[in-house]
Design a protein around this ligand. Structure first.
Ligand SMILES: [Cu+2]
Length: 126
C-alpha cells in the first residue's frame, strides 16, 4: 500500500508547479490565431514549405510538429543564428510559439537537431 505523507504530497505539487513553468515559451495544443508566421515540421526532415514570407518587426512564430520525431526551429542570417530564439517541438502534435524581431532581409529557417542539417527553408522578411 502506498501512503502519501503531507510532505511528499507538497513535493509533488512543487514538482508539478515547476514543470508547468520550466519553459519560457507557451506550448499550447493549437496555435493562437495571432501568429504572424506558421511553420510546420513534416515527415522527411522538412518544413511544410521551402520558402516563407513575413512582414518585418516583432514576428510571432508558431511551430507545429506534424512529424513523429523532435524538431527545433532557429533563424539564421549569413551563417549566424539570431540569438535568443529557438522553438522546440518534441513530439507529434507539439506546438511552440515565440517572438523574434527581424529587420527586412533574407533569412534561413533551420532545425538544429543532429542529422537534420538539410531541414531548412528560406524566410523573406519585407
Ligand atoms: Cu528537425
Amino acid at each position: 500500500m502506498i501512503r502519501f505523507t503531507k510532505s511528499s504530497l507538497s513535493a509533488v505539487a512543487v514538482a508539478i508547479a515547476l514543470s508547468a513553468c520550466s519553459s519560457s515559451t507557451a506550448t499550447p495544443e493549437t496555435l493562437p490565431a495571432t501568429v504572424d508566421l506558421e511553420v510546420r515540421a513534416v515527415s522527411g526532415l522538412k518544413f511544410d514549405k521551402s520558402a516563407y514570407e513575413v512582414a518585418a518587426g516583432d514576428i510571432e512564430v508558431g511551430y507545429v510538429n506534424d512529424d513523429s520525431i523532435r524538431h527545433t526551429l532557429v533563424v539564421v542570417q549569413d551563417g549566424t543564428t539570431i540569438p535568443n530564439f529557438e522553438l522546440k517541438v518534441n513530439a507529434k502534435g507539439s506546438t511552440d510559439v515565440g517572438t523574434v524581431s527581424l529587420a527586412a532581409g533574407n533569412y534561413v529557417l533551420f532545425c538544429t537537431v543532429p542529422g537534420h542539417q538539410n531541414m531548412k527553408a528560406d524566410l523573406t522578411v519585407k
